[in-house]
Design a protein around this ligand. Structure first.
Ligand code: DGY
Length: 326
């Protein structure tokens, strides 16, 4: 059995794979794969372990319908055409649970960084612009007791709420398809309409999947309904906000600040105006980037891969419906 791994994964996962007697082909060039290369290597293998963004669309899947399993080294699976995988009965696995805390840490970090203009002020020091003390310059805003709005209160949103309630006694409101009773009980979280979420949030943090339903949700119209003093945070997927509209909202004082760990496109261009704004903080998609979490993700991705190659149900399938269909 042979697997194509699209980017080096932590040794702990790699060892599980080789210990299971699976041969590995690993992409090690310092550039993203193009789809033709993804297809070419996948055709030589029985399985694909996809780390990073690879476009696993219907075209890819139909070219590689022989694959016994596609194991993602991520919790997000918006890069996979699940309907096409289902039609071909290819199991797809992801890595849920283990990155909720670290991703919420990054959302929390961005919230604070934006509220105190931390990245911008750090850049000023780097440019030799720390000159003298000015009582009225570089003022941030405080978070304590403010309202946290969560768009998509699942595992990561829950962890963000926990941090914000614990540290700053924030009031939690959220907008979901289904109510989150655990968060309601533990944090007194209030389920509200999307319009109310926009209107009432002091900090609005996005923690939902990217799907046809959520794509471009935060656009000109959404930002125009938010408070001029509000902060927008996105650690989920860049496609959920419209970046041009976000830039416009910040430049025109429609909202106060923004913190992004995900951008649209990724990587962000170095000349993007967001990078020079006092009230913006941008990170390069590092939500899950801790030693502990990446090791845990590698272990889960390896377990999914090995199960799939052995014809067993994946421990963490994204498309369990393929098993139910018989
Ligand atoms: C995920 O796992 O989906 C994170 O965004 C890291 O890629």
């Amino acid at each position: 059995m042979k697997v194509f791994i699209t980017r080096k994964i932590p040794d702990i996962g790699l060892k599980m794979i080789t210990d299971a007697g699976i041969e590995v082909i690993e992409w090690d060039e310092k550039r993203p794969l193009i789809q033709a290369e993804l297809i070419e290597f996948s055709k030589q293998c029985d399985a694909l372990l996809s780390a990073g963004f690879n476009n696993i669309d219907a075209f890819f899947l139909n070219e590689c319908k022989h694959l016994k399993v596609i194991s993602l080294h991520s919790v997000g699976y918006d890069n996979v055409d699940i309907a096409a995988a289902n039609a071909l009965k290819i199991p797809v696995g992801n890595t849920p649970g283990v990155l909720s805390g670290p991703t919420a840490d990054v959302a929390f970090l961005l919230m604070l960084a934006v509220s105190r203009k931390a990245f911008y002020l750090h850049n000023k020091i780097m440019k030799g612009e720390w000159k003298f003390f000015e009582p009225t310059a570089d003022l941030g805003i405080e978070i304590k007791g403010k309202t946290l709005g969560i768009f998509g209160l699942g595992n990561i949103g829950y962890e963000m709420a926990k941090r914000c309630v614990g540290a700053y006694d924030m009031k939690v409101i959220y907008h979901n398809r289904h109510r989150n009773l655990k968060a309601e009980k533990e944090f007194n979280a209030e389920c509200v309409s999307f319009e109310e979420l926009l209107k009432r949030s002091d900090v609005l943090s996005v923690h939902t999947n990217l799907s046809d339903e959520t794509k471009g949700t935060f656009d000109k119209n959404a930002f125009s309904q938010m408070k001029p003093s509000s902060i927008f945070i996105n650690t989920a997927r860049g496609g959920i906000h419209n970046e041009e509209d976000l830039i416009d909202a910040l430049q025109n004082g429609i909202i106060w600040g923004a913190g992004l760990d995900v951008t649209n496109p990724e990587p962000m261009h170095k000349d993007n105006p967001l990078l020079a704004m006092p009230n913006a903080a941008i990170l390069p998609h590092i939500g899950s980037a801790t030693v502990e979490t990446r090791n845990a993700m590698a272990e889960i991705a390896a377990a999914n891969l090995i199960a799939g190659l052995n014809g067993q149900r994946l421990p963490h399938p994204v498309n369990p419906e393929i098993y139910e269909a018989g």
